[in-house]
Design a protein around this ligand. Structure first.
Ligand SMILES: Cc1ncc(COP(=O)(O)O)c(C=O)c1O
Length: 404
């Protein structure tokens, strides 16, 4: 197509004109999608290797999820939690069963699930553990990414996320990720929780050393501290198991879930924990107008059912092996390291070759969408419906970009 007949340049400009510049998107304007593929306003197709930061684990417009959404749209969309609706019980029961926990508390965004986890941990600390009023602390990790609220950015170590948003919420201690000795040192009698991503996604798909998560579990049990696993990006099949913690045989006290829970259709997040933890909340103490709404529950219940089959976890394990084998073959050919689990990979580029942003732009030109992070790292997190051939295609495009 002749360059000046393309709709993309004008559509990119148009999209920028009336928005705050809190994102720096790749210059692609998507208008439709199916499975692992998206199509732009000029009809060009791209293999989606970001999958909405794992919000699209089941691909774009998974037929079962779309059918559930359509059916629910025709019946009931919102009640608020002032009333009970008929999609609520199934969702809560089935998600609690998937998590192996007694209770769930539905919210909307990931950040809200994290905020909920923090509030519940503090209340648990005061009411169950017996921490003196307003003395609770929560230990978190360097390089964390848990969302964008003022409290959450208070314990971020990323200056872009944090700078000029103070005053900051107190009550958090930051220790190096993967360092059990430092964590042990930081925990004291007023510690109510350790809040961690089992794999740090935004940091570049950083997998902690083997034994770290079981060590955190042991420490938390010994010191009467809640282990809160932020599985918002790592959970729901991404790493080859329902939860990334499972890879190390670890069960946290609280799961924070989001992204894929909404099936790529609606924002749905949740906290799952046992009654001795989530039971500390009483009416009026926490909530959200949209949390647990009928449309969200109808879609998310089907998400839980898809996960209960085990098919997506299996695909992630098997296809992830293929992805990682392919990518490891590029170490020394433009990549300096590849990390990750399942269909989730962080690729460190040789910084002398190009930046992560440049690599993503070149991948985009070759019809593959991915996202850079922290300078020279790119993340690949394709939908779990991706095929072997599509993985080989993605790896071949990465190889071609690295080869210049
Ligand atoms: C691990 C983790 N926690 C929390 C969040 C925040 O989720 P949301 O953007 O839905 O608020 C994210 C988003 O990327 C995340 O990766």
């Amino acid at each position: 197509m002749i360059e000046d007949m393309l709709r993309t340049p004008a559509a990119v400009q148009d999209a920028e004109r009336h928005t705050a510049h809190n994102y720096h998107p790749l210059p692609v304007v998507i208008s439709s999608a199916e499975g692992a593929w998206v199509t732009d306003v000029d009809g060009k197709r791209y293999l989606d290797c970001l999958a909405g930061y794992s919000a699209l684990n089941f691909g774009h417009r998974h037929p079962t999820l779309i059918a559930a959404a359509h059916a629910q749209l025709d019946k009931l969309t919102l009640t608020s939690r002032a009333f009970i609706h008929d999609q609520f019980a199934d969702f809560c029961r089935e998600l609690a069963a998937l998590c192996g926990k007694d209770l769930v508390l539905p919210m909307n965004t990931g950040a809200e699930a994290v905020e909920t986890g923090i509030k519940v941990a503090r209340k648990w600390g005061y009411q169950v553990k017996g921490v003196p009023a307003d003395q609770a602390n929560i230990v978190v990790a360097e390089g964390n990414f848990h969302g964008r609220t003022t409290t959450i950015v208070s314990f971020s170590t990323d200056s872009d996320a944090r700078a000029d948003f103070g005053p900051y919420t107190p009550g958090f201690r930051i220790v190096p990720y993967g360092d059990l000795a430092a964590l042990t040192e930081a925990v004291d009698e007023h510690t109510v929780a350790v809040l961690l991503e089992p794999i740090q996604g935004e940091q570049g798909v950083v997998v902690p050393p083997e034994g770290y998560l079981p060590g955190v579990r042991r420490l938390c049990t010994e010191r009467d501290v809640l282990f809160i696993a932020d599985e918002i990006q790592s959970g729901l099949g991404r790493t080859g198991t329902t939860f990334a913690c499972e890879q190390e045989g670890v069960v946290p006290d609280m799961y924070l879930l989001g992204k894929a829970l909404g099936g790529g259709i609606v924002p749905v997040s949740a906290v799952a924990a046992d009654t001795n933890v989530l039971g500390v909340l009483q009416p009026g103490q926490h909530g959200s107008t949209f949390g647990g709404n009928p449309l969200a529950c109808a879609v998310a219940t089907e998400v839980v059912r898809l996960l209960a089959t085990g098919e997506f976890q299996r695909r992630s394990t098997e296809l992830g092996e293929r992805l990682h084998t392919g990518l490891r073959g590029l170490i020394g050919k433009g990549l300096v390291a590849v990390r990750g689990r399942g269909l989730w990979a962080g690729l460190d580029l040789d910084p002398s070759l190009m930046s992560g942003r440049e690599a993503c732009e070149r991948l985009m030109e070759r019809g593959v969408l991915a996202k850079d992070t922290h300078g020279s790292t790119i993340r690949l997190a394709p939908p779990l419906v991706i095929t072997e051939e599509e993985i080989d295609h993605a790896v071949a495009q990465v190889a071609a970009v690295l080869a210049g």
